[in-house]
Design a protein around this ligand. Structure first.
Ligand SMILES: C[S@@+](CC[C@H](N)C(=O)[O-])C[C@H]1O[C@@H](n2cnc3c(N)ncnc32)[C@H](O)[C@@H]1O
Length: 221
């Protein structure tokens, strides 16, 4: 029977051989990112992986984003990619509802030398974003997938004009492309999110089918 749940976090919607190639051709990571990747694989923690990490870092670098908010940060892997790509004076807001994740992330980020540019928040990412004043240059959505439509609505109100909204897992291991099964709130959440980012006249959006699909949207007004 076909597997429906990815075996580890780097697997996505590409043909398996292409997926392997995309990951094999990447430069080696430094010891801290590599250690995080091994931990994620061992414990099946769904990090964005190195190919999407580079995409996220590219988005931060070319946009010059300094005020960055991440919704759903786990062990801090994507936060580390962003923190390294961001310019001097940047601040990345980390959020996760799991105290074990935040403790591990704090240790990794400190060891990587970026602890001072990451503000750690334990709690619901939507509540934290709602309560954090000021506009953001980039908001990255990676919470539970049924929360994506609500996260999008909130994030759009918190993003500056010209700011970037990035979201992971928008193809949801291919399930986004098929009718959602009854009770599959995650697939429905992703499908609604994708319709909304293309329907919104204030956004210019693209879905990049890398790994599990990454949406990148610029807020025009
Ligand atoms: C896909 S993982 C994040 C991976 C991370 N962005 C990375 O690539 O390194 C999702 C994380 O979001 C957390 N999470 C899910 N829904 C949340 C919410 N509403 N508020 C805070 N954390 C949430 C989970 O505990 C989990 O650690």
């Amino acid at each position: 029977m076909a597997r429906t749940v990815p075996r580890y976090a780097h697997e996505g919607v590409l043909q398996p051989a292409v997926d392997r190639y995309v990951n094999q051709v990447l430069p080696r990571r430094d010891p801290i990112l590599a250690e995080m990747e091994r931990l994620a694989k061992r414990e099946n923690i769904p990090i964005i992986g190195p190919a999407c990490g580079r995409l996220l870092a590219l988005a931060v670098e070319v946009s010059g984003a300094k005020r960055i908010f991440e919704m759903g940060s786990a062990i801090g892997y994507s936060a580390l990619w962003m923190a390294r790509a961001a310019r001097r004076g940047a601040k990345i807001h980390y959020t996760d509802s799991d105290p074990r994740n935040i403790a591990r992330a704090r240790a990794f980020l400190r060891r990587a030398g970026v602890g001072s540019r990451v503000e750690m928040h334990l709690g619901d990412a939507l509540d934290v974003l709602y309560d954090t004043p000021g506009a953001f240059d980039l908001i990255f959505i990676d919470v539970d997938k049924d929360q994506y439509p609500a996260a999008l609505k909130l994030a759009l109100g918190k993003l500056r004009r010209g700011g970037l909204l990035v979201a992971d897992n928008v193809l949801w291991y291919g399930r986004a492309a098929r009718p959602a099964k009854r009770g599959d709130a995650f697939t429905r959440g992703i499908q609604l999110f994708n319709r909304k980012i293309y329907a919104d006249k204030n956004l210019f959006s693209v879905i990049v089918p890398l790994r599990d699909g990454v949406a990148i949207c610029v807020k025009k007004n």
